[in-house]
Design a protein around this ligand. Structure first.
Ligand code: SF4
Ligand code: SF4
Length: 283
């Protein structure tokens, strides 16, 4: 058995309680929606849901992939839910979300990778909540660029796609993805005219130089926003934390990333790609 690593105190967070939290809980359940906050056991649920915001996960809650850090169930997704865009838009409206963040599972079995549901969801939100800004954290479309362009053309303000880790760790962390393909996706998204964003988890055993290399690759495709946060193991069956990175180190990485040409770097132990995402609309 491996030694259990104790979480340092900078990772302690508030428990999810309170009136706003209960309201979000009710709306999510009533609309039969999924959130990555819950599926990913996010440590910030107390804060985000308490402030009336959540990150919806569309296209169901079963993923065709099996990333070793992720708590979403893997399998053959049973459904193609054409009503989901309407329910998400209604929930966003009821919650009066000023900035909505959406993500999805991977639907590799669909020819369009789920692009149509993505497109309709953004359109529906804009239709009934025109003031709400939207970030779409989209999956790897496996080089199906037509699907990419459909996904990113619905009027959202930010398009993110997480590279998640450094190139060397892909086989262990994101076995069905390819580092270069994800960088290419960010490049094409930027060239299309979108504000781009990506996230990297630290503490999986990457070296500093590997992080700098990823920053250089991201700066080369004119990335707008990079988020860096501490990886936390969602269950014992997931890949182990190799290291808890000190907050000072996160601050140092922010400086390094911006010095290397990334427009804005959000970096800290509890940073998730959807954490304080409203800040990233205007960078
Ligand atoms: Fe949800 Fe993102 Fe907040 Fe975590 S940081 S609770 S995933 S909105
Ligand atoms: Fe989780 Fe996304 Fe990987 Fe699916 S593709 S297992 S949802 S991180």
């Amino acid at each position: 058995a491996t030694k259990k690593r104790k979480k340092p105190n900078w990772l302690r967070v508030k428990l999810p309680v309170g009136k706003e939290y209960a309201k979000v809980r009710g709306i999510v359940d009533d609309h039969k929606l999924h959130t990555i906050c819950e599926s990913g056991n996010c440590p910030n649920m107390g804060e985000c849901w308490g402030a009336g915001t959540a990150t919806f996960m569309i296209l169901g809650n079963v993923c065709t992939r099996a990333c070793s850090f992720c708590a979403v169930a893997t399998g053959r997704p049973p459904e193609y839910d054409e009503d989901e865009p309407r329910r998400v838009a209604e929930a966003v409206k009821l919650m009066s979300v000023k900035h909505a963040v959406l993500t999805s599972v991977n639907r590799d079995e669909l020819k369009d990778r789920g692009a149509e549901v993505w497109y309709q969801t953004v359109k529906k939100i804009k239709e009934i909540s025109p003031e709400t800004t939207i970030e779409t954290l989209i999956p790897d479309v496996k080089g199906t660029w037509d699907a990419l362009y459909r996904m990113i053309s619905a009027g959202q303000e930010v398009v993110s796609h997480n590279v998640e880790t450094v190139e060397r760790l892909y086989r262990r962390v994101r076995p069905q993805a390819k580092y270069a393909r994800s960088i290419e996706q960010l490049k094409l998204t930027k060239e299309y005219g979108q504000r781009t964003k990506t996230g990297i988890m630290l503490g999986l055993g990457e070296t500093d130089d590997e992080v700098y290399k990823a920053m250089d690759d991201l700066a080369a495709v004119n990335l707008d926003v990079l988020t860096l946060g501490q990886y936390l193991q969602p269950t014992q069956r997931h890949i182990e934390v190799a290291e808890f990175i000190h907050p000072d180190k996160f601050a140092h990485f922010k400086e390094e990333g911006e010095r290397r040409g990334i427009k804005y770097v959000e970096s800290g132990p509890l940073v998730r790609s959807s954490y304080h995402a409203e800040r990233h609309v205007s960078v």
